[in-house]
Design a protein around this ligand. Structure first.
Ligand SMILES: O=C[C@H](O)[C@H](O)COP(=O)(O)O
Ligand SMILES: C=C(OP(=O)(O)O)C(=O)O
Ligand SMILES: [Mn+2]
Length: 449
């Protein structure tokens, strides 16, 4: 048994806990109709798949595997097309190959994909040229256009989240199981604009070594399935209670509850109140779950989260995703890790080096400096090394396209360069080259351990 209590609180009971960051729907009857309809929809993922992922994350908690979790800050309905999904998948697959090959460690691949449509925001409103409207909260809630109609919270969008997630998952399953993820295709994942960069060349040279190894295996008649398909899992922040509640179902095999909107769900930094609705809901499900821990998290908080979210201390059930910022991680993380480890809590530790390192440029772009991102990962490795725990993975906001949203990296993007292709609707993502560079640097940190 992975959870404490097999009953599901009602939506009304969850709302009575005063959840943060929820949409305000003007028409409760329209909202209820959407929720009722969602309750009848087939599961997007299967409970058995969530169990398999939990087993893989158990290996991470034991120090035997590494998590690569990545994707957009905010997926969009407009982004549900083959090119966009393929580009994200291939950057993740390329990064996973670099990590697996260069660091000889199994990589658990988790997309921030097929459900990542709802955003918590710092402010409820946005003002432009003296006009104030509700803030954009992700395509799950409202539209990005700065008009009163677009910014209205519309419950019908939850139905669209379901369909967009289904379409994305369907293509991801086809890509990862249907031949495209074959290791022999790894050169094809390297797109032109990266191939001609130093990091692209480095990737191609790993590719040449892998080709040699594959030819050798061919010659001796070894051809394992693992070379042809990839295990890929979906994840998103479980933010909108209506949506996650409607997709929480009892598994016929075990009688346990699963949130079938994704394989892995996490609780965000802004909704991690210990007695709050998000922690309550995710404490009832058997999926592997994560919780973002920012710099205000005390060691006792972390122990309380573990007791609540994983009362039976099941390995692989709980992931702590720390997001302290490069300037704080070395000071604040050691005590947290030491206390959790000392209490015998089984947890996978994952580093989100993005959300503690966001700043605005003088020309008004929300950005992150590539060196800060790397420095936070480095700090994460240092802390785990000093405590004697396993740095279990990274969680990054990235895209498969050649966008200009984060400064720095091999091509030294400057603040002025951000004007070229700044396309995110929420937080700045690493572009494809920056993502591959990060993979090489993390592989090196793993090797040096
Ligand atoms: O993705 C995370 C949050 O939604 C995001 O960082 C909030 O950004 P904001 O401060 O612009 O609202
Ligand atoms: C909202 C996010 O992060 P955090 O909850 O850590 O701020 C996110 O992952 O996009
Ligand atoms: Mn974000």
């Amino acid at each position: 048994m992975t959870n404490a209590d097999l009953t599901l609180p009602t939506l009304a009971e969850l709302h009575a806990l005063g959840p943060a960051q929820q949409p305000t729907y003007a028409d409760p009857a329209a909202r209820d109709a959407v929720v009722d309809r969602l309750r009848t929809m087939p599961p997007l993922v299967f409970a058995g798949e969530a169990d398999q992922l939990r087993e893989k994350l158990a290996a991470v908690a034991r120090g035997e595997a590494f998590v690569l979790q990545g994707g957009d800050c905010a997926e969009t309905f407009a982004g549900v097309n083959a090119d966009n999904i393929r580009n994200k998948l291939r950057v993740l697959l390329s990064m996973a190959v670099v990590l697996t090959y260069a660091a000889s460690v199994p990589v658990v691949k988790l997309g921030r994909m097929a459900g990542q449509y709802a955003k918590p925001r710092s402010s409820d409103d946005e003002t432009r040229d003296g006009v104030t409207l509700p803030a954009y909260r992700g395509d799950a809630v409202n539209g990005f256009d700065f008009t009163p109609e677009a910014r209205r919270h519309d419950p019908q969008r939850l139905m669209e989240v379901y369909h967009a997630s289904a379409a994305t998952l369907n293509l991801a399953r086809a890509f990862t199981q249907g031949g495209y993820a074959d290791l022999r295709q790894m050169h094809a994942w390297n797109t032109d604009f990266v191939r001609n960069s130093p990091v692209g060349a480095r990737y191609e040279s790993i590719g040449a070594e892998i080709d040699k190894a594959l030819a050798f295996m061919d010659a001796i008649g070894v051809d394992p399935d693992e070379l042809h398909t990839v295990d890929f899992h979906s994840s998103h922040e479980a933010l909108i209670l209506e949506y996650e509640h409607a997709l929480t179902r009892t598994d016929q095999r075990t009688g346990d509850l699963y949130d079938v909107s994704g394989h892995f769900l996490w609780i965000g930094e802004r909704t991690r109140q210990l007695d709050g609705a998000h922690v309550e809901l995710l404490s009832r499900i058997a999926n592997p779950v994560g919780i973002k821990l920012g710099p205000t998290t005390t060691p006792d908080d972390a122990l309380a989260y573990a007791r609540k979210l994983n009362p039976h201390n099941v390995p692989g059930k709980l992931t702590f995703i720390t997001r302290f910022g490069a300037g704080k991680i070395r000071d604040l993380l050691p005590e947290l890790v030491a206390k959790v480890d000392g209490a015998g809590v089984s947890v996978a530790w994952v580093c989100d080096p993005m959300h503690g390192n966001t700043f605005a440029t003088e020309n008004g772009y929300k950005t992150r400096e590539f060196d800060d991102v790397i420095d936070e990962v480095r700090g994460f490795f240092e802390v785990h090394r000093s405590v004697g725990t396993w740095p279990g993975g990274v969680h990054v906001e990235l895209t498969g396209d050649d966008v200009t949203e984060c400064v720095g990296g091999g091509s030294r993007l400057s603040a002025a360069d951000l004007t070229h292709r700044y396309e995110t609707l929420c937080d700045p993502r690493l572009n494809r080259a920056q993502s591959l560079e990060l993979a090489f640097l993390v592989a090196q940190m793993l090797r040096e351990r």
